[in-house]
Design a protein around this ligand. Sequence first.
Ligand code: GLY
Length: 352
Amino acid sequence: MKVVIIGAGVAGLGIGWRLLQAGAQVTILDRGLPAQGASWAAAGMLALIAELQEAPAAERELALQSSDLWPGFAAELEQASGLGIGLVQGGALLLSDDAARLDALDGRGQVVDAAGAQALAPMLAAGVTCGLWVADEARVDNRALGDALTTAFLKAGGTLLTQEAAVTIESHSGATSVMTPYARHYADAVVIAAGAWSGLLGDIPIAPVKGEMIALAPPDGEDLPGPVIWGNGVYLVPRETDGERRLLVGASMEEKGFDTRLSPEVQDRLRASAEAVIPTLKNWTLTDHWAGLRPKSPDGLPLLGVLRDNIFVAGGQFRNGILLAPVIADAMAGLVLGKNKINPAFDPRRFG
Ligand code: GLY
């Protein structure tokens, strides 16, 4: 079976890797370089509680499945690629003034008082009143994940065509092909996994939602927090890559089309919000500021399934693309191969 995947983000690469393992012939087309869109811009949190508080049961169930797959997926990927992806089960601390709200959130966490929160993250501001401690939440280095998936995909025999944007998908007399500015690629199945750009390929209701983030580096002698911390409208994600220590602070949410220009106001707001959570951050150095585009569907749920005939969509991950990568890889590869179905709650045609 010959499959063309549009989009070399963690979704497209993961699906492609699984399809190659099942014996398919896979080509991935990307408008740029692999894993440089939302996969690169993300913070890498596998945030089951903070991100999914208001999600419907179907999405929570999908996220839980993916969370359960993560340790095995990471081990297999590191083995296949020879690259580390920095999966850390460092926990998450959600700060709030409202203990009852935290208590109601989920059975996985444990409400802690001010002293308990300070014990978990000693650098917190003095005014913290309580938090939800979720010990088993994990994070991954999403940029290393993108590199590892690219390597694993190539090592498994996949073809990756970069800087070759899909322009149209055509079906004539039973033959399906993807047109790019350079070639026509025939396929038995096409998977659209082009993130925020998926909507440009036709009738796929996915729109970009911009997110800006910053990174702060600690002065010598100061530690990163141990867990991911959520509070005051921001999240703080510790990240250590090749000995370089950074605290990622995110993120804004704006619907501005494909505009990824950086805003000094957003930078200031993220920094000020983070400093209200951890006052000593005012002594840390701003080392980076970037923006990415989250792919969002009209109801905020993923689009996973058949678009028409032998054309499939894996998109609309919105704020959860890294968390969902393992389950999307397995489920979409299985669907393309005719081995499984996907919950109709994620049907790409549900909007009529
Ligand atoms: N999941 C983090 C974000 O979308 O900002």
